[in-house]
Write a protein that binds this ligand. Structure first.
Ligand SMILES: Nc1ncnc2c1ncn2[C@@H]1O[C@H](COP(=O)(O)OP(=O)(O)O)[C@@H](O)[C@H]1O
Ligand SMILES: [Mg+2]
Length: 263
């Protein structure tokens, strides 16, 4: 078995905390001594912008070091990896060209597993402990690729009145992906932007605790303005303000992820 665990962060609802969770869990894992590769799968570049300023992030479009070029040309992903400023934490950046990825995938043979094939040499080398993939807020051929390349899916869910709306769609989608990738599992649901003062937090927790196969994580990520400040400074909150509430919570969530992924 490969030493590398691949986890997709997905939810078709935008603003549910996918990117924030992917960047902070990734950085927390690296701070705990793991080797981590992040893959930015979204044309909005938010994961890339979590580590680089706008000028550098946009530069990956011209340098060709981005996920779009790797997938379009069906290349070994190893050649598209860029180091971040943090020890043990690397990234494959995104570009706005990802807006046409569905079109580019359409004409390819075995189009559901282009990313999986591109990742195979990286997995085979066994250097990374974790590969975390940030998905866009859609459920189409590209997210199918992301899930087919993964061992596990983590679904970040915003504790808001509409947070749970549409969750059935992603469960159904994962079910469909399992026809192609039978070993894929939902590792868990992570509640984000929790606010104890709001009634719907309790409701969200109750509903998710009762949902079969949801595997709600014990650690919730609370609303914390430190997150927005950290993103404004192109840094994950676990390094930008390491004693903040959300930084501690993401560190705990990373530990939960390690224990569940290796059960
Ligand atoms: N715990 C939190 N507290 C405060 N703001 C948050 C928190 N988590 C995420 N956000 C903010 O919510 C927005 C959406 O988060 P993001 O991670 O980009 O979601 P997604 O990737 O699912 O679209 C961002 O502006 C982010 O700064
Ligand atoms: Mg995002």
């Amino acid at each position: 078995m490969s030493k590398t665990t691949v986890i997709a962060f997905a939810n078709n609802k935008g603003g549910s905390g996918k990117t924030t969770t992917c960047s902070n869990v990734g950085c927390a894992l690296a701070l705990q001594g793991k080797k981590v590769l992040l893959i930015d799968g979204d044309m909005q570049l938010n994961l890339t912008l979590s580590f680089f300023d706008e000028e550098k992030a946009l530069g990956f479009a011209t340098s060709g070091k981005n996920i779009y070029t790797a997938i379009k040309e069906e290349k070994d992903l190893s050649d598209f990896i860029v180091e971040t400023e943090y020890e043990g934490l690397d990234i494959v950046p995104s570009t706005s060209l990802m807006s046409s990825i569905e079109f580019d995938l359409f004409s390819k043979w075995q189009r559901e597993i282009i990313l999986k094939k591109s990742l195979e040499p990286v997995r085979a080398r066994g250097y990374y402990d974790y590969i975390l993939i940030d998905a866009p807020p859609t459920l189409g051929g590209w997210v199918m690729n992301i899930m087919c390349a993964a061992d596990f899916v983590i679904i970040p869910v915003e504790a808001s009145p509409w947070g749970l709306f549409g969750l059935a769609n992603i469960f159904e989608f994962v079910g469909q992906v399992k026809n192609i990738a039978p070993k894929l599992e939902i590792l868990g649901i992570a509640i984000t932007k929790a606010d104890e003062r709001k009634n719907y937090l309790k409701q969200t927790i109750e509903t998710l605790s009762e949902t079969e196969g949801a595997n709600l994580f014990e650690t919730y990520i609370h609303v914390d303005s430190a997150i927005e400040w950290s993103q404004d400074n192109s840094k994950p909150v676990v390094v930008y303000k390491k004693n903040s509430r959300s930084a501690n919570e993401y560190t705990k969530l990373a530990k939960e992820i390690i224990s569940y992924a290796h059960r």
